[in-house]
Design a protein around this ligand. Structure first.
Ligand SMILES: Cc1cc2nc3c(=O)[nH]c(=O)nc-3n(C[C@H](O)[C@H](O)[C@H](O)COP(=O)(O)OP(=O)(O)OC[C@H]3O[C@@H](n4cnc5c(N)ncnc54)[C@H](O)[C@@H]3O)c2cc1C
Length: 381
């Protein structure tokens, strides 16, 4: 499968499966298993996995285009997909000796959804510092942990889980493990009823003395932090920015449609014809959306051809995207007035979904902290 075919498959699923159900799934907080069923045969679950295990070996450009197309129809599903791709990349980058081939083959065959379970109740958004610690035994380790939010909780076939290494001395000395959905001691610890991203089952999960074999240890002990920064962070930040772009594009389309269709009958004009201020604000939304698209293209270029500024671009992209999505959807709420407020249209869902990206770790605030330190030449951690 090449770039064009993958993006076309994603757009087809977005139109056929995601868009018609997005409103109801949001209302009910219902996870779209139909979307996951559609991703498998379309070759999207193994998108970035190597060809020798059946993946499509496609890169960040295709990933970003797919995520933004999905998010335009349903940002909750786009987030599920983004988490899966980050988890799959972490599994694919596993240390020699990890027994991950069967899982990778299942993902490549489109039969396995995975996700990240990093954030903990104890360290909150500081996902790089798990407070849970694995305890070693003869067969592997036991993990007891409270994971505060896990996208696709109870829906994924496996979980990529962090915990402090058994002998870890620093807060970042973590190890990453692959835990199957049916592992004893693993459970969903509550329902997900969020303000936005309502249809992606981002519930808390608990690991209660969960036994993990050594073959399921994805990183060397203490090397989880490097995997988070080198494997997960670039993809997660790019994907989050792409979700934000999809939300912005949908907000522009929805707002333009409203300005064309809603009318002042007493004036014989549509809102768009009648209100120069609304046209100017729509223009601002368009400018910001295209600016975000250009920023994402620039990040992709930096990931394809890494250079000195790549880390900075990775950090900046998610911080900027979160702000842009909130700003563009806020303007949309204002222009579309009571119609948006009364939930006659998708704008208010986009507005709520836009706020999820900024609070997902690394949050916009934390990214600013890192960027400021990087510009000043200070160590980030
Ligand atoms: C919809 C959704 C899905 C999620 N899915 C997953 C998932 O699949 N896997 C996963 O591991 N996690 C997931 N998370 C968790 C997410 O990544 C964050 O860990 C979580 O949102 C942080 O919330 P908190 O209340 O714990 O933040 P807190 O850490 O309590 O932060 C509160 C505020 O303080 C700010 N802050 C914190 N530290 C600093 C700092 N050093 N400098 C400046 N400001 C700071 C934050 O920006 C925030 O505004 C998800 C979250 C959401 C909302």
């Amino acid at each position: 499968m090449n770039h064009e075919a993958a993006v076309s498959n994603a757009k087809d699923i977005a139109d056929r499966v995601l868009a018609p159900a997005a409103r109801q799934n949001d209302k009910e907080g219902r996870f779209s298993s139909e979307a996951i069923k559609a991703f498998g045969p379309a070759g999207l679950l193994g998108l970035m996995l190597p060809a020798d295990i059946g993946g499509s070996a496609l890169g960040p450009r295709t990933f970003a285009a797919i995520v933004s197309a999905l998010a335009e129809a349903d940002a909750s599903v786009a987030m599920v997909y983004l988490m899966h791709i980050c988890a799959a990349a972490t599994i694919a980058a596993a240390r020699n000796g990890a027994t991950v081939a069967p899982t990778l083959k299942e993902i490549a065959a489109g039969r396995h959804l995975s996700t990240l379970a990093f954030s903990e109740t104890g360290s909150r958004s500081h996902f790089w510092a798990p407070v849970s610690r694995a305890r070693r035994n003869a067969a592997g380790v036991h993990i007891t942990a409270k994971k505060s939010f896990v996208t696709s909780a109870g829906q994924a076939d496996s979980y990529v889980v962090s915990a402090l290494a058994p002998q870890g001395a620093d807060p970042t000395d973590s190890t990453i493990y692959l835990i199957p959905r049916d592992a004893r001691g693993l459970s969903v610890a509550g329902a997900w009823d969020g303000l936005g991203s309502r249809a992606n089952a981002s519930a808390p999960m608990i690991l209660e003395d969960c036994e993990v074999s050594d073959g399921s240890r994805l990183t060397d002990d203490g090397a989880g932090f490097q995997a988070m920064l080198q494997v997960v962070l670039p993809l997660f930040n790019l994907g989050s920015a792409a979700v934000a772009l999809g939300i912005c594009r949908a907000a522009v389309v929805g707002t333009a449609a409203h300005l064309k269709n809603a009318r002042f009958e007493h004036l014989g004009q549509s809102l768009g014809e009648s209100l120069p201020t609304a046209r100017a604000q729509l223009a601002t939304m368009q400018i910001d959306t295209d600016g975000l698209a250009a920023r994402i293209d620039d990040l992709i270029d930096h990931l394809e051809r890494p250079r000195d500024t790549t880390v900075l671009r990775v950090l900046e992209s998610k911080a900027a995207a979160g702000d842009t999505a909130i700003s563009v959807t806020s303007v949309a709420m204002r222009i579309c007035g009571g119609a948006a407020f009364a939930k006659h249209m998708a704008i208010e869902r986009l507005f709520r979904d836009a706020h999820a990206g900024a609070v997902m770790a690394p949050t916009g605030d934390v990214l600013r902290e890192f960027i400021g330190k990087a510009v000043l030449g200070m160590p980030l951690f």
